[in-house]
Design a protein around this ligand. Structure first.
Ligand code: APR
Length: 232
């Protein structure tokens, strides 16, 4: 049965987690307000002041510990009843996992993992939320959050492109589409693929046919679209 299901590729951004209580990046009061991105989320920043970087991510982990998936995350799980749903998320929180989605690609890494600074294949689930200077991997190198920083390659982008190229539908939720390569994924969807965009401040997406824009919050727009899909 499952190979007969149509494929819905879902690209999510910080906006889908906003109503769970996690700040977005570029909205007012967003995470980048009051932070110099390059200081806290780049290899240069890490070299210059690792303590500041660790403090930034420790705080984000702390805020993400007790949050719950919202109606948008849950609706995407329900969509799996009839569709082959592939989530490509720019989010580093684990709300899609907590909701129960099955196929999730974390393009920008995971907040609840650390990795070795020397060997990116050495990845460790986070025990508590605090990572300190002096916390080492099994080979004796400093651990860092398993996050893709600005200026670093995005290892899962090829896989995300492949998923998008075979999408029957594309659902884009809560992303300003300002950060590449993630923002470029839309252009890999086959030309006539229907695209649904859910965001109260819809970003500019040009030259697409079959584009439906829901200028709504994720918890309103996503359950609505899912209901429509399941009824079709
Ligand atoms: N429901 C849906 N969308 C929302 C909601 C909501 N309740 N609240 C805000 N949004 C939208 C905003 O209108 C905006 O378009 O979510 C989007 C958030 O955009 P950004 O803050 O730029 O987040 P994102 O697109 O995920 O950022 C991409 O940038 O800094 C990096 O690595 C970081 O993964 C992140 C990447």
């Amino acid at each position: 049965m499952s190979n007969q299901k149509q494929k819905v590729v879902v690209l999510t951004g910080a906006g889908i987690s906003a109503e769970s209580g996690l700040a977005t990046f570029r909205d007012a009061d967003g995470l980048w307000e009051g932070h110099d991105v390059m200081e806290v989320a780049s290899p240069e920043g890490w070299r210059k002041n690792p303590e500041l970087v660790l403090e930034f991510y420790n705080q984000r982990r702390k805020s993400a510990l007790d949050v719950k998936p919202n109606a948008a995350h849950l609706a995407l799980v329900k969509l799996e009843e009839m569709f082959d749903v592939r989530i490509i998320t720019q989010n580093v929180d684990d709300l899609h996992e907590r909701a129960g989605s099955t196929h999730i690609l974390h393009l920008h890494g995971k907040l609840f993992e650390n990795r070795s600074t020397q060997d990116s294949s050495l990845i460790y689930p986070v025990q508590g939320w605090e990572l300190k200077l002096g916390d080492l991997c099994e080979k004796g190198s400093q651990l860092r959050p398993n996050i893709v920083w600005f200026g670093e390659p995005v290892p899962l982008i090829e896989q995300a492109i492949e998923e998008t190229m075979t999408a029957d539908y594309l659902l884009v939720i809560g992303t300003s589409l300002q950060v590449y390569p993630a923002a470029g994924l839309l252009s890999y969807a086959p030309h006539d693929t229907p695209i649904y965009l859910v965001d109260p401040n819809t970003p500019a997406v040009s030259h697409r046919r079959n584009l439906t824009i829901l200028k709504e919050k994720a918890t309103e727009g996503v359950p609505k679209i899912v209901k429509q899909f399941l009824a079709s």
